[in-house]
Design a protein around this ligand. Structure first.
Ligand SMILES: [Zn+2]
Length: 297
């Protein structure tokens, strides 16, 4: 019972409305989850199929009571991506799909605990010279994230993509894992993206179509680009050397958005790459893998 209470606080139920006039044949198979289990920091893809003409839609997306799940239509199916936070408690969760005719379809899934290593939050003498020390890193991240939260909350609900997601670099080699906890004495920060190996000046590609929402030289994050892909999906590219895009611009999948660098809190040139879904930071590489597999573009 307690677990369901936790669920309501974290996810809240959402609602699907079928027309009352139609004798709509609702079945359990209509709603599919990409998996019955999902690890902390990963995504669950919810797919709704069937004769969608018989479902009365309140808007372009299905009516959702809770704002943290957003359905989008693609290839005559409806999809929602549930981002599981690194902080969501492991255990069984139940989602209730409420239809207008009174029918409720309940589907459960399980969040699996994932181990996130604790690593050192390092600073170099060069960074110290610029005033970048562990305590200021943690404090500054807090304020920068407040500004980013505003960008995320004003994102487009309609999706801008209709094809699979690309990777941001030609070669993907992880040098900093997603979710690890970086500590230095009594201060720490959670690494909610992946660090990808890249020499200075490597081309960075937009992982999909979207609107560029932020192009800014931020403290700690350095030169940052945020792309809104719609459907409450955002990608982030940090520590850039050069920008090739402008705020408000529509960018196509695979187009160069800038060059990798070493700006902000960065020990060596690399690309920090993050994905946020419905306000939740998820493992960006797992996100690409799962969405490309499940949506079957
Ligand atoms: Zn990073």
């Amino acid at each position: 019972m307690k677990k369901y209470l936790v669920f309501i606080l974290i996810f809240s139920p959402f609602f699907l409305f079928a027309s009352e006039k139609e004798n709509f044949n609702l079945s359990y198979e209509l709603i599919n989850f990409s998996s019955s289990t999902v690890s902390q920091g990963e995504v669950l893809v919810i797919k709704v199929e069937g004769d969608l003409k018989k479902i009365t839609l309140q808007s372009k997306s299905l009516k959702i009571k809770a704002q943290n799940l957003n359905f989008f239509k693609l290839k005559d199916k409806f999809f929602a991506i549930l981002g599981v936070s690194v902080k969501n408690k492991p255990g069984k969760y139940e989602l209730n799909f409420y239809f207008k005719n009174g029918k409720v379809i309940k589907k459960s899934f399980e969040i699996i605990e994932k181990e996130f290593p604790v690593t050192e939050l390092k600073v170099t003498p060069a960074l110290e010279k610029k005033g970048i020390v562990p305590s200021t890193i943690v404090k500054t991240i807090f304020y920068v994230n407040l500004a980013i939260k505003e960008v995320i909350e004003n994102g487009s609900r309609n999706i801008f993509f209709d094809y699979k997601f690309f990777y941001p670099l030609e070669k993907i080699e992880v040098v900093g894992a997603f979710g690890n906890i970086r500590k230095n004495n009594n201060v720490g920060a959670r690494h909610l993206g992946v660090d990808l190996k890249a020499d200075m000046g490597t081309n960075i590609y937009a992982i999909n179509n979207g609107i560029v929402r932020m192009v800014e030289d931020l403290p700690i994050y350095g030169k940052t680009v945020i792309i809104d892909h719609g459907g409450r999906i955002f990608s982030f590219y940090l520590h850039l050397e050069e920008f090739y895009v402008k705020e408000g611009q529509f960018i196509e999948r695979g187009k160069i958005i800038g060059k990798t660098g070493n700006t902000g809190y960065s020990l060596a040139p690399h690309l920090h790459f993050s994905v946020n879904v419905n306000g939740v930071s998820v493992d960006p590489l797992k996100f690409i893998e799962t969405i490309n597999k499940e949506i079957n573009f």
